[in-house]
Design a protein around this ligand. Structure first.
Ligand code: ADP
Length: 269
C-alpha cells in the first residue's frame, strides 16, 4: 500500500553537504504498525518526513495506493496530505487555542461547517478520552493529555496513515504506555496504518509488527522483530537491538494497566 522506493536525500549547508538518506526502500502494508529505529542522526525523521513530502527526496518515489506522490502538483499533494496525520515529540499545539479549537483546526482549514466540526471534534475528544477538557488550554494539560489532543487533531480528516515522530519521547513510562495503547487501539479499531520512529526498543516491542533499522542514512534491516534479532552478524543489530530486546521480557502492551486501555472508543463500541 505504501511503497518507499529508493529514496535519497542530501542536505546542503554552506560549503558542506550531508547524505541523510541513501537509497532507502521500504514497503508498508495497510494496517501495519511499522517502527523505524536507529541512533540519533541516522535519518529517521528525514525518512518519515519524506513519506508526506514535508522533505522532498532528491531521488526515488513515494507510492501510496498506486499514486506516486513525488509527481503531484502542490494542490494534489495538499489533498493527499490531508489523509496522512502526523504527531510530534513536542505535540505542536497552538497555545492560544483551546483543546476543542486545536482539534478543530484542520477542519476549519477545510471549510467544514460549524455543526459538522462540533460533532467531529466531540467524537474525537471521546476517542482520545478528553471529552471533559474541550474548553481547557494546552498549558493546563499534562504531556500525555497534550499528545492526546495532538492525536485527535491528526485524526480530524480521517487519515489512512499516521506518522509518529518520536511521539512518546517526551513522556514518562506510564504515560508512554497509555499513548502506545491508544495508538494500538486506533490502528485496530479505525484501521489506520501507523509508521513511527523511535530510538527506544520498548516502543517497538510494545506495538510494532514490523521494524526497519536505519543507520547512517541506510536501511540496514527490515522484518519482524524476531527476524531482525536473528541477524546476529550485523554489528548495529548486535550492539543496539539484541541487548535491548534481551532486557525486555514482556511487551509493554501486556503490562498495561487495564484502566488505561478501556473506554477509549465509547462511540465505536
Ligand atoms: P534522526 O531522526 O535519526 O535523528 P534526522 O533525519 O533528523 O535523524 O537527521 C539525519 C541527518 O541529517 C543529521 O545529521 C541531521 O543533522 C541532518 N539534517 C536533518 N535535517 C536537516 C536540515 N534541514 N538541514 C541540514 N541537515 C539536516
Amino acid at each position: 500500500m505504501i511503497e518507499i522506493k529508493n529514496i535519497s536525500k542530501t542536505f546542503h549547508q554552506e560549503k558542506q553537504s550531508f547524505k541523510a538518506l541513501d537509497e532507502v526502500s521500504l514497503n508498508i502494508e495497510q494496517g501495519d504498525i511499522v517502527g523505524i529505529i536507529g541512533f540519533s542522526g541516522a535519518g529517521k525523521s528525514t525518512l518519515i518526513r519524506s513519506v508526506n513530502l514535508l522533505e522532498k527526496p532528491d531521488q526515488g518515489q513515494i507510492i501510496i495506493n498506486g499514486k506516486d506522490l513525488t509527481t503531484l502538483n502542490n494542490r494534489e499533494l495538499a489533498r493527499e496530505r490531508k489523509k496522512i496525520g502526523m504527531i510530534f515529540q513536542h505535540f505542536n499545539l497552538l497555545s492560544s487555542r483551546t483543546v476543542f479549537d486545536n482539534v478543530a483546526l484542520p477542519l476549519e482549514l477545510d471549510n467544514t461547517s460549524k455543526s459538522e466540526i462540533a460533532e467531529k471534534v466531540n467524537q474525537l475528544l471521546k476517542v482520545v478520552g478528553l471529552e471533559d477538557k474541550a474548553k481547557d488550554y494546552p498549558k493546563s494539560l499534562s504531556g500525555g493529555q497534550k499528545q492526546r489532543v495532538a492525536i485527535a487533531r491528526a485524526l480530524a480528516n480521517d487519515p489512512y496513515l499516521l506518522l509518529c515522530d518520536e511521539a512518546t519521547s517526551a513522556l514518562d513510562p506510564v504515560t508512554t504506555q497509555s499513548i502506545l495503547q491508544l495508538l494500538k487501539d486506533i490502528n485496530q479499531r479505525l484501521k489506520i496504518t501507523i509508521l513511527l520512529i523511535t530510538h527506544e526498543m520498548d516502543v517497538i516491542k510494545a506495538i510494532c509488527n514490523h521494524v526497519a533499522v536505519i543507520d547512517k542514512g541506510k536501511l540496514i534491516a527490515k522484518g519482524t522483530l524476531e527476524e531482525i534479532v536473528s541477524n546476529k552478524e550485523n554489528p548495529i543489530i548486535k550492539q543496539f537491538i539484541i541487548p535491548k530486546t534481551a532486557t525486555i521480557p514482556q511487551s509493554l502492551s501486556s503490562q498495561l494497566q487495564p484502566e488505561l486501555s478501556v473506554g477509549l472508543f465509547p462511540l465505536l463500541e
